[in-house]
Design a protein around this ligand. Sequence first.
Ligand SMILES: Cc1cc2nc3c(=O)[nH]c(=O)nc-3n(C[C@H](O)[C@H](O)[C@H](O)COP(=O)(O)OP(=O)(O)OC[C@H]3O[C@@H](n4cnc5c(N)ncnc54)[C@H](O)[C@@H]3O)c2cc1C
Ligand code: HEM
Length: 405
Amino acid sequence: MLSESSAAVVTATLPAVQAHGEAITGRFYQRMFDAHPELLNLFNRGNQATGQQQAALAAAVAAYAAHLTGGSTVPWGPILDRIAHKHASLGITATQYPIVGRHLLAAVGEVLGDAVTPEVAAAWDEVYWLLACELIAREARLYAVAGVAKDGAVWRDWRVTGRVRETAEVVSLILVPADGGAAPGFTPGQYTSVAVDLDGDRGQQIRQYSLSGRPGADQWRITVKRVRGTGGAPDGLVSGFLHDRVAVGDVLRLSPPFGEVSAVAGDGPLVLVSAGIGLTPAMAALEHLAATEPQRPVVLVHADRAGAAHALRDALPRLQENLPRLRLDLWYEDAAGGELAGLKAQVSTGRVDPELIPLSPDAHVHLCGPLPFMNAVRGGLLRRGVPVDRIAYEVFGPGMLRDGR
Ligand SMILES: Cc1cc2nc3c(=O)[nH]c(=O)nc-3n(C[C@H](O)[C@H](O)[C@H](O)COP(=O)(O)OP(=O)(O)OC[C@H]3O[C@@H](n4cnc5c(N)ncnc54)[C@H](O)[C@@H]3O)c2cc1C
Ligand code: HEM
């Protein structure tokens, strides 16, 4: 709980902090990286350059302040869970919180100037530490559950034992622990963080990849789309590295599985809706159900540019055999090559129409794909009466959907 005096100050200054949120977080990162250049290896440079991380941090702090002062109806738990899982997958430690807090509060002072009296600074310090303590506690629990011996010691060497070119832009890597130990189990929908050392003096970069294979198998699979820069922006650093530089026999550093979003929630009908590379959690879900709940009714609605761009499509006929109640609805923008021998699917041309997604009243839905796609599908499903808490979704970047739920 925020103290009464701080609550009044935070309520009064929240609009100014919100209005300048991204300026504050932009300044915060500059200050923090100047003082701690080693942290550059922890943060995603692409997200820094596009401003997505600044926006996510600013939105989180402002939403938490609104939550503490009663000015928000957005459920806070899922936001905290998302951040804590992401942090745990990066090996964030409690000892790093004072660094972030110091530079974040100094940045508030720099951007808002004289408006930040000692009283205002103290109130926002209280907000920061309430939030930090909630995150530190959740992260400690996640480390304990994942069997991480010491906070933040998440990295383990994994050997690449296979490389499968799925499409022109997508490659799968098969990985086993290099120490000969067992591959940890995971819930479909969970991801691993992958740390790579870039060439030359470009340092380390970390990215998350959803586990796309069967949980419980003795190996992991990640399926990576090459990200091309558009409009003069550079090509993706880590996806390019995994495509061009990683061969069978190489070793990569991976975190344990983390991620709060299950792609197999509930025990009744399941509807998996994916677009492009967003199919990776859905594929883990199908592999899992084929092995554990073959009679579960499942619909996979998948959107892609064309049949040839649809990664892991070759696995669908086998999954259909093992999951007799699996229905496949595929949407290709370009209809050419949409059919695949042995695949029983409804193939449509164009973009997914949420009105046409087969739904039963008690279905749980899982969405994964670009944000505009998920906003459109989720909006359509909510209009069709699917309760908000039955629609889970995964964002392949920082942040959440429009209403944060
Ligand atoms: C939970 C989760 C699960 C994920 N699962 C998968 C998965 O299963 N498969 C998968 O392929 N991906 C997945 N991702 C996405 C993945 O983590 C990476 O974000 C993706 O591979 C791109 O990383 P990159 O290093 O190649 O690109 P980055 O280098 O991070 O670049 C990202 C974007 O930023 C732009 N950019 C970079 N620098 C600049 C600049 N200076 N100016 C302007 N623009 C710039 C780039 O052009 C590019 O469009 C997942 C992400 C999350 C969060
Ligand atoms: C109260 C304090 C903090 C808040 C509110 C916060 C908030 C956030 C949010 C909202 C995200 C994006 C999550 C998503 O993917 O949606 C994030 C990611 C991240 N946080 Fe924190 N964070 C805090 C403390 C820290 C600390 C102490 C560190 C360690 C230096 C840290 C390092 C990171 C990193 C490296 C990422 C991933 C960045 C990226 O991939 O672009 N955070 N944090």
